[in-house]
Design a protein around this ligand. Structure first.
Ligand code: UDP
Length: 378
């Protein structure tokens, strides 16, 4: 694999889930070809996730500023320019993106404009509804036709890509790199009790009561939806005597959650937690309630039940594995789902989202192809 000419791969991430899911790819690349890997932080989430890069010793060669303003179009167009300039400086042979964020689409377009092949990690996820999740479903579909390597997390995702006429040789089913990240974090936590300490006092605060860990962050969860979610969580705390821990995402329209749940006994509202602390909490949780994609995957791997605050999920494997159940934005469905889950044994941990070795497969494939194949057109 070690070619005689210099190759470089630019990994681009900008949000917390992208950093979590691309960290194992960066580590695998560094292990195989330390000189070949470059990391670009787009600045989309200015703070969340940076601590994880620090913990892994990944110092981004490109740490970009977030384009000014909250308008989604400006964010996207600004990042096409800033990431494009980073690509020009680094001159990579391939650009690696993940998932379905504005960073994913901006980096893909910037690479495409420069005829640089794109590797898409977590390719092929589809809800089938452009409005849910919005804008993520559109973004991930738009990246597909300009991608050279499609790294599907599951066979269902690979099938979705085949249905869109992606060439068989361009698809590789590798597992989801979030499972690699989870294994890595669990091993670090087991070896070092100083990691994730923010979770310690939260777990102690539960005083042995069952912990319900909740997160809400999707754009489609509007104020009405937030009110219903808050009502469902409140009745769950009041009727079942559980301890609710709710790290509030900075983007969420979280005012209704703060209003209804702030100051309520057995409810802790916190800032977002670092990844090690969050993994500790997931391991300690009796039940997880979330609209997050990554958390559905992590909960399934850990054997924790998760109530999904959405009408649709592109992670149907989690439902089939018996760990996830859709409850929409309905307070009663949330309460009924929680009672059902609390009354039965926790699900068996499942490897449906991967075996924790996805990143090595991705690194091997990209490095092999760019080292040995100079015909780089997508
Ligand atoms: N997460 C975290 N701290 C928190 C909440 C979540 O580290 O306070 C992690 C979680 O373990 C998962 C990821 O962030 O890996 C999920 O991110 P998010 O919900 O923002 O996005 P999605 O998964 O829906 O893309």
């Amino acid at each position: 694999m070690k070619g005689s000419f210099f190759v470089s791969v630019l990994i681009v991430a900008g949000t917390r889930p992208e950093i979590i899911k691309l960290l194992p790819v960066a580590l695998a690349m560094r292990e195989r070809r330390g000189d070949a890997m470059r990391f670009c932080h787009s600045g989309q989430h200015a703070e969340m996730g940076r601590d994880l890069l620090d913990a892994a010793g990944i110092l981004p060669e490109e740490a970009l500023d977030r384009p000014a303003g909250n308008d989604i179009g400006r964010l996207l167009s600004g990042m096409i320019t800033t990431i494009g300039a980073a690509i020009d400086r680094q001159d990579p042979k391939a650009v690696v993106v993940q998932g379905d964020t504005a960073t994913t689409l901006a980096a893909s377009l910037a690479a495409y404009h420069r005829h640089i092949p794109i590797a898409h990690v977590e390719a092929g996820l589809r809800s089938g509804n452009l409005a849910r999740p919005w804008p993520e479903e559109g973004y991930r579909r738009m990246v597909t036709p300009i991608t050279r390597w499609h790294f599907a997390p599951t066979e269902a995702a690979a099938t979705a890509l085949r249905c869109e006429n992606v060439a068989e040789g361009a698809i590789e089913t590798v597992g989801n790199t979030v499972i690699d990240a989870l294994h890595w974090a669990c091993a670090r936590l087991d070896a070092d009790s100083a990691l994730g300490t923010a979770a310690g006092s939260l777990i102690e605060g539960a005083q042995g009561r069952p912990i319900v860990l909740a997160t809400v962050h999707r754009r489609e969860a509007d104020e009405t939806a937030m009110r219903r979610i808050a009502a469902g969580l409140l009745s769950l705390v009041e009727s079942e005597g559980v301890q609710l821990i709710l790290p509030l995402h900075p983007r969420s329209e979280s005012a209704p959650l703060r209003e209804r749940l702030g100051g309520v006994p057995r409810v802790t509202l916190t800032d977002p937690l670092d990844y090690f602390a969050f993994v500790r909490l997931m391991r300690a949780a009796r039940l997880i309630v979330s609209d997050s994609g990554g958390i559905q995957e992590e909960a399934t791997a850990l054997g924790r039940p998760v109530l999904v605050l959405r009408d649709v999920t592109e992670r149907r494997e989690a439902i089939a594995a018996g760990s996830a159940r859709l409850v929409g934005y309905d307070a009663e469905a949330l309460l009924a789902g929680a009672r059902w889950e609390l009354s039965r044994p926790m699900p068996t941990p499942s490897t449906v989202f991967g075996d924790g070795r996805a990143a090595g497969r991705i690194a091997d494939r990209i490095l092999n192809d760019i080292s040995g194949d100079l015909n780089l057109a997508p």
